[in-house]
Design a protein around this ligand. Structure first.
Ligand code: ARG
Length: 402
């Protein structure tokens, strides 16, 4: 078997404690004869990771390392994404796509510290996540091999996996098969599989994990105010708070109003179109508010040009090319654009919608004396005539040719 030829002695596994990664620990030991070090990260998925310590060891791992990466996630991944108003195909705020490179980066560190010769993950052979884990590993730890047991093993169904688990005395929770595949972190929840695979059918209410249906949301709108400093959100309703806290609060408040539900058919990197649901109240609110603030703080040329690079940024993040020269260069550009994006945005949340009610900034380029149709108008109306003559000159020349 190819497994033996790879000659792996120790491997660092991205471990969630679920059925797949539990079975993977045993399977790696059996099939590669290697030692497995488990790694689990808190990215704000709202799950207590402490019970995983015992579970990983009981399942056969030689060691488990658990890290709280919420602040690093906010500083190094979510902040640049907000600056870039990052939405893949205009809709998906990229929660899973942004979480993977951070986990992979740590996995490479763990593998090196522990003297492992490979990393392993529990992604399937059809998704983007396998690409993200492995491309990031290649970029940051090219000496490490990548193992993807789900692409390789003989366990075709969940029942076969459960049987394998029982045979190897791996504790399996007696839960019914989950109807959806889920992945969650601070920036949102990704929901796929099962009945969602029919893009013509409305998702059943039980597919949504942490948001209230707009139908059941409060009948009264709620107004909130978000403060930004150089494009980075740092205040909610006048109160300063660290970003992870602000995001948690917005997920709660927004989710309560049915905000942040996204239903889309997206183009995966591996060539498949897939129907996915996302729940990302904070991401949707923050990106929306950020754009509103940019509208008064950025000049016209920047407002028009920046979205071109935003599209590319989202694509690179989605493709797992986070640690690439182009993504880093685009981020450097984005940072420069945020110099004057400081101020506050007021929003109204109401039955699934977010709307803006006001924006303010001390570096605003909005000039009432130029904009007004009322008294105090400073705009030079007579200059408009000459401007139009010159601006319209090419049109005039073209018309003559006709
Ligand atoms: N389609 C999304 C992406 O590629 C979500 C993947 C979610 N993963 C999962 N295990 N449900 O980023």
């Amino acid at each position: 078997m190819a497994a033996k030829q790879l000659n792996i002695k120790k491997c660092a596994l991205a471990y969630s404690g679920g059925l797949d990664t539990s079975v993977i620990i045993r399977w790696l030991i059996e099939n590669y004869g290697c030692e497995v070090v488990a790694f689990s990260a808190d990215l704000g998925q709202g799950e207590d990771l402490e019970p995983l310590r015992q579970k990983a060891i009981d399942t056969g791992a030689s060691k488990i390392i658990i890290e709280d990466l919420r602040e690093e996630f906010c500083q190094d991944f979510l902040t640049p994404s907000i600056h870039a108003n990052s939405l893949y195909e205009g809709k998906y705020p990229l929660a899973t796509a942004l979480g993977r490179p951070l986990i992979a980066k740590w996995l490479v560190d763990v593998a090196r510290k522990e003297g492992a010769d490979a990393i392993a993950h529990g992604c399937t052979g059809k998704g983007n996540d396998q690409v993200r884990f492995e491309v990031v590993t290649t970029a940051l730890g090219p000496e490490l091999k990548c193992l993807a047991p789900l692409r390789e093993w003989e366990l075709k169904t969940r029942d076969e996996e459960i049987e394998y688990a029982k045979k190897h005395k791996i504790p399996v929770k007696a839960t019914a098969a989950k109807p959806y595949s889920l992945d969650s972190n601070l920036w949102g929840t990704s929901i796929e599989c099962g009945v969602l695979e029919d893009p013509a059918a409305e998702p059943p209410e039980d597919a949504w994990q942490n948001t209230t249906s707009p139908l059941n949301a409060p009948d009264k709108p709620q107004e909130i105010e978000i403060g930004f400093d150089k494009g980075t959100p740092n205040r909610l309703n006048g109160k300063s708070m660290k970003m992870s806290r602000l995001i948690e609060e917005l997920n709660k408040i927004g989710g309560g109003h049915g905000v942040g539900r996204i239903d889309m058919v997206e183009n995966r990197l591996v060539g498949i179109k897939s129907r996915e649901l996302y729940e990302a109240p904070a991401a949707q609110i923050l990106i929306f508010a950020h754009k509103e603030l940019e509208a008064i703080c950025l000049d016209r040329e920047l407002v028009h040009f920046k979205p071109h690079l935003e599209v590319k940024f989202a694509e690179l993040a989605y493709y797992g090319l986070w640690f690439s020269p182009l993504r880093e260069a685009i981020s450097a550009f984005m940072t420069l654009t945020q110099k004057h994006v400081t101020g506050t945005v007021r929003l109204k949340l109401y039955k699934g919608s977010v709307s803006v009610t006001g924006r303010e900034s001390r570096s605003s380029l909005y000039d009432t004396s130029l904009a007004t149709y009322d008294e105090g108008d400073q705009f030079d109306h007579t200059a408009a005539e000459g401007f139009i003559k010159i601006f319209g000159l090419p049109s005039k020349v073209l018309a003559r040719r006709k």
